[in-house]
Write a protein that binds this ligand. Structure first.
Ligand code: DAH
Length: 340
């Protein structure tokens, strides 16, 4: 029995100390030796057959063997766990000096930046922002603006029809009517938004684009007020040096009407590629609100007068940033957009 115990001890310790020992294998060894059906347990069970002198001696030896094996198992387990921990720590080290991943920040689209800049200038002069629907009645888009059916002005503003009476608005001017129906003077509004025309997409045309409309109605409003407001606006947007030029024009909903130019932003008036040799750049249409339009909204033209103006956001952005093709705005190429 002595030899048997010695053999168990040697075999078990040898198994524990092999190089490829791991935690799972260690558990197997423990069960094979100390478990219910283990080799050492079997020996201990057989002690009943020993003589009274031998039993305490063998018993003590057996205990010693068990203690040695248990200690070897515990020590090895502790060592394996520590090695495992060190491996994990090494694997999961964080190098805090590695540069981080920069999150790309989004921003407003170039057109909306310009739109906001323009609106801010008018808001600073006391204008409110008004909004209107993009799907509009023929009445608001044309009729109430003094453009009856068959009026030639409709030809230049052909749009997309949903029914005979409902269309995609071709201008932001209908917001003038919607505002005057709801609100009586004094009125001072600016209205940005999307408009539509059945134009093919090319370098200077798009079937969808953006306009900003303005309307002021009160007692005693004159063309002088219109000039003052537009001059303040143009200088705020393009710089204090720009000059304004009013050219007589015709719009059905204003009388008198004008097209308004600014002196060329690039050459200052000499003539260059930006102004196509003209020295001037057209930026908007404007005029005094036609008496028919005021009357149609229940505002007495003998008591009140007003001015209106409308401008294309793309056109202004293109001149401001010297962009020669409108399609850049809609292609969403971030190489283009990130410049603004
Ligand atoms: N709605 C016109 C257009 O799209 C622009 C315009 C001209 C608006 C004169 C106005 C105005 O308010 O008074 O061509």
């Amino acid at each position: 029995m002595r030899e048997k115990l010695q053999e168990i001890k040697e075999k078990t310790l040898a198994a524990i100390t092999t190089g490829d020992i791991n935690l799972a294998r260690l558990e197997e060894i423990k069960v094979a030796c100390l478990g219910k059906k283990g080799s050492l347990t079997a020996v201990l069970r057989g002690m009943g057959g020993l003589s009274a002198e031998e039993r305490p001696v063998i018993g003590q030896l057996a205990n010693q063997v068990r203690q040695d094996i248990e200690k070897a198992i515990e020590d090895t387990k502790a060592r394996l766990k520590e090695e495992e921990l060190n491996r994990t720590l090494r694997r999961e080290t964080i190098d805090v000096t590695v540069p981080g991943n920069k999150a790309a920040l989004g921003k407003a689209h170039a057109l909306y930046q310009v739109e906001r800049e323009i609106c801010d200038i008018f808001v600073s002069m006391g204008f409110d922002i008004a909004e209107g629907p993009e799907v509009e009645y023929d009445y608001y888009n044309f009729e109430a603006l003094n453009i009856p059916p068959n009026h030639p002005a409709r030809d230049t503003q052909d749009t997309f029809y949903i029914t005979d009476r409902v269309l995609l608005r071709s201008q932001t001017s209908p917001v003038q009517i919607r505002t005057m129906e709801k609100q009586k003077p004094p009125i001072r509004i600016i209205s940005p938004g999307r408009v539509y025309r059945s134009d093919a997409l090319d370098a200077t045309h798009s079937p969808v684009f953006h306009q900003i409309e303005g309307l002021v109605v009160d007692k005693g409003i004159t063309m002088g007020d219109l000039k003052g407001i537009l001059e303040t606006y143009a200088k705020a947007l393009f710089g204090a040096d720009v000059k304004l030029r009013f050219r007589p024009h015709h719009f059905p909903f204003t009388e008198p009407s004008a097209e308004v130019d600014v002196s060329c932003l690039l050459c200052g008036g000499e003539g260059c590629r930006l102004c196509k040799g003209e020295g001037w750049i057209e930026i908007l249409g404007a005029g005094m609100v036609h008496p028919n339009v005021l009357r149609g909204c229940g505002i007495d033209p003998d008591v009140y007068s007003g001015f209106a103006f409308g401008m294309g956001v793309e056109r202004i952005a293109m001149k401001k940033y010297e962009i020669d093709d409108i399609r850049y705005f809609y292609e969403n190429d971030t190489r283009f957009l990130s410049q603004f």
